[in-house]
Design a protein around this ligand. Structure first.
Ligand code: ZN
Ligand code: ZN
Length: 331
């Protein structure tokens, strides 16, 4: 049974889990980096310099202690980049790098920390590299910096893992190096974490439990898969995808709704059953699916769970080309 952050008490807090400063190859000092994320409305930040723990004291933002290490060899001979968060005393990095990656991730978990594999696509990992890691909690599914060379999205890896039954969560991060220098990598990908209290302990605890979703802009207000229903409610988007195993799943675009309204699709058994306050509700009888739209944006989808397999996750895309991703719900 997957814990559902959208059905839990608490508040949503926003943070970036991966960035660099002048302590490694980033353009700004820790102080400047904190100031930028604070000004951007973030609640927390993890500074994750390469091969060193950057310690910086501030009251401006909650800082999760972090580091990014390159280690081990992938199937194709590349490095894995691992981000380790939430451990004050990480010990010898050289020793950590000598470990098998699965053992390292297990060690971090057992010590109360949170670790994930950064940018699988950019790193040139194979799905086999990830499938063999039993202690894998999460991977980056979006990385702003890697997007600047066209390799920002690693969602295909995610679905391969999920299809194999591996309950891996997805993270959007900046991996900020250049900040506002074009092509910018500042504040383009983040996580919303559901916490009981807005403090470091609760944030790390919720990360470990998968109580978060990732975004580049759109907001997810509700997502659940239970009682033979998938329900998703979100800020207005151009497209909503309910993604599951194999070739199944469901995707709807505003453009599809416009086409349906023009008519000629009797086989879909389409009905507009509500129309007020700029909200239109569509029922597609053939698939037993309901969709709501406000003006030119889709704002909710309800679908029967029976046609989905193993897991379902929500992925939405707004008019600016920005995605948001729920974590998977296992069925
Ligand atoms: Zn990296
Ligand atoms: Zn990095």
């Amino acid at each position: 049974m997957t814990l559902n952050p959208f059905e839990m008490e608490g508040t949503w807090v926003k943070g970036n889990l991966h960035c660099h400063t002048t302590e490694s190859d980033g353009r700004f000092s820790p102080k400047e980096v904190v100031e930028r994320y604070k000004a951007g409305g973030y609640d927390f930040l993890a500074i994750t310099d390469h091969d060193r723990m950057t310690i910086f004291e501030t009251d401006e933002l909650l800082l999760i202690p972090g580091v990014e290490i390159a280690m081990s060899r992938s199937e194709l001979g590349e490095n894995f980049h691992v981000v380790i968060l939430g451990l004050e005393d990480i010990g010898s990095l050289d020793e950590l790098k000598k470990m098998e990656i699965d053992d390292l991730l297990g060690d971090v978990l057992s010590r109360g920390g949170f670790a994930f594999i950064a940018h699988p696509y950019w790193s040139g990992l194979t799905t086999n590299d990830l499938l063999t890691i039993e202690n894998l909690s999460a991977i980056e599914v979006f990385n702003s910096t890697c997007d600047n060379v066209g390799k920002g999205y690693s969602t295909v890896y995610w679905d391969v893992l999920l299809s194999q039954g591996s309950d891996v969560k997805g993270l959007a991060v900046d991996d900020t190096h250049r900040y506002d220098l074009p092509p910018r990598d500042l504040m383009r990908g983040w996580v919303w974490v559901k916490v009981k209290e807005n403090d470091l302990t609760n944030i790390v605890d919720s990360l470990r439990k998968g109580l978060y979703y990732s975004s580049m802009g759109p907001e997810i207000y509700y997502f659940s898969a239970k009682n033979n229903n998938i329900e998703a409610v979100f800020s207005p988007v151009l497209r909503a995808n309910l993604i599951t195993r194999n070739g199944k799943g469901f995707s709807i675009k505003v453009d599809d709704l416009d086409q349906f309204e023009k008519g000629g699709y009797e086989e879909l058994d389409l009905e507009i059953y509500q129309e007020n306050d700029n909200v239109k509700a569509y029922a597609i009888g053939r698939y037993n699916i309901e969709i709501k739209r406000r003006n030119s944006g889709i704002i909710s989808v309800r679908a029967p769970l029976s046609s989905f397999e193993k897991y379902v996750r929500l992925e939405i895309l707004d008019i600016f080309g920005r995605f948001a991703w729920s974590n998977p719900m296992f069925i």
